[in-house]
Design a protein around this ligand. Structure first.
Ligand code: HEC
Ligand code: HEC
Length: 345
């Protein structure tokens, strides 16, 4: 008996190793990312990224057809040249000029995220697009209306057929196509990445090296390399804005310990994603660093990673900003395959 279990256990183990290997191969085939990065969290088996699915998703991402009156596309609030965020707006602007309650998030390396939105209110990328489509401050439509509008367009029927071998357009295929585009937004060619890989263009100046050392000391416990994020929610010491009354993760869990905890956002392309924080309260990286430097480290609600006073000198703060700018990935920000599709009028 014991022998039998042993045998099945062993075969099971081999099957597990093979499945993991195949899954990893699948990721590598569908997503171009450095070999030393962790494996993505997104389940590519359930929604394999194909060229046709990606192109359809890209077209939908840039098309106002997803909004009630055709004026707002995903790209209205997620612009490529600013790391797919809404630059210059503290709170995002949607349909009829309505103002939302949060700053738009950058869309980058989403394949490694397990929760979405500042409060983690969405736990699967395939479901995420429903939120802006139906939110009355953003696109104010419904998946049903979107499908009806797409279905009467022969060009879209063709694109859906190419992507899913089915010209009957469904909400599920619409959402899956959008994820095939957003999950492919991988940024891994910044100066920092080239420095890590010892590649041409990756020579750090003394100031950048010092900035990296300071970063590893004070910031990397939450904004963890190589993705500069962790799958967690933290309190980084921001005071509550009395007009927005946004308690972040607490709104979802109703657990007091989560009060004022927000998603730890990626810092990739941070040079271009101003303003900063969930409510866009800081205009510049200098202001962000001044916030961290002046924290009330005695505050009980502050996450433990920030309890040691930083006491950075003005020069050190400058070095930190200089380092953060090495996270800009111009190949990503200007990659034509992520830009406005030519066939969309
Ligand atoms: C009116 C502006 C607006 C529009 C239009 C919009 N978004 Fe967003 N997006 C935001 C804001 C604001 C957030 C953060 C919301 C929150 O935390 O509550 C966000 C968050 C996201 C996230 C989560 C990112 C993360 O790291 O957690 C994804 C993915 C996303 N949007 C994709 C899309 C897609 C796809 C569309 C089109 C279907 C779209 N957005 C349309 C403003 C917008
Ligand atoms: C305790 C974990 C933690 C540590 C340590 C930490 N951060 Fe953050 N950081 C966060 C969280 C959480 C947010 C989002 C807060 C919000 O918007 O409410 C954030 C937001 C930011 C943003 C704004 C990002 C955006 O897209 O708006 C920047 C820039 C930033 N941090 C830089 C740094 C730097 C530089 C350091 C080191 C000096 C640092 N952080 C240390 C948790 C942390």
């Amino acid at each position: 008996m014991r022998n039998k279990i042993g045998k099945f256990g062993f075969l099971g183990f081999i099957a597990f190793v093979m499945c993991s290997f195949i899954a990893l191969k699948l990721h590598k085939a569908m997503l171009d990312y450095p070999s030393y990065w962790p494996a993505p969290a997104y389940d590519f088996v359930k929604n394999p990224v194909t060229d046709d699915g990606f192109e359809l998703g890209r077209q939908l991402f840039y098309d106002g057809i997803l909004s009630r009156d055709g004026t707002i596309s995903c790209a209205s609030c997620h612009l490529q040249a600013t790391g797919f965020t809404h630059v210059d707006h503290d709170l995002s602007h949607g349909i009829d000029g309505r103002i939302g309650t949060r700053n738009s998030l950058a869309l980058v390396n989403l394949a490694w995220s397990t929760s979405f939105m500042w409060d983690g209110g969405v736990n699967h990328l395939d479901m995420q697009a429903l939120q802006p489509i139906t939110s009355e401050n953003e696109m104010d439509s419904s998946l049903k209306d979107v499908v009806l509008k797409l279905q009467v367009q022969p060009a879209y029927r063709k694109l859906f057929y190419k992507a899913f071998k089915d010209s009957t357009i469904t909400g599920q295929h619409t959402l899956k196509a959008l994820s095939q585009f957003t999950v492919s937004l991988v940024s891994s060619n910044s100066k920092y990445d080239k420095f890590i890989r010892n590649e041409k263009g990756g020579d750090f100046t003394a100031q950048e090296k010092n900035g990296l050392a300071l970063f590893r000391n004070h910031c990397a416990s939450c904004h963890t390399e190589p993705l500069f994020q962790v799958q967690d929610f933290k309190n980084n010491g921001l005071s509550i804005d009395p007009t927005l009354n946004d308690y972040g993760r607490y709104n979802i869990t109703k657990n007091k310990a989560d009060s004022l905890h927000f998603k730890v956002p990626t810092l990739r392309n941070i040079e271009f994603t101003a303003p900063y924080m969930h409510d866009g309260r800081f205009e510049s990286l200098r202001a962000v660093i001044a916030h961290y430097n002046d924290l009330d480290t005695q505050s009980i609600s502050l996450s433990k990673e920030l309890k040691n006073p930083m006491r950075l000198t003005p020069n050190e703060q400058t070095d930190l900003v200089v380092f953060l700018k090495t996270l800009s990935d111009y190949e990503f920000l200007y990659d034509p395959k992520f830009s406005f599709p030519k066939n969309l009028q």
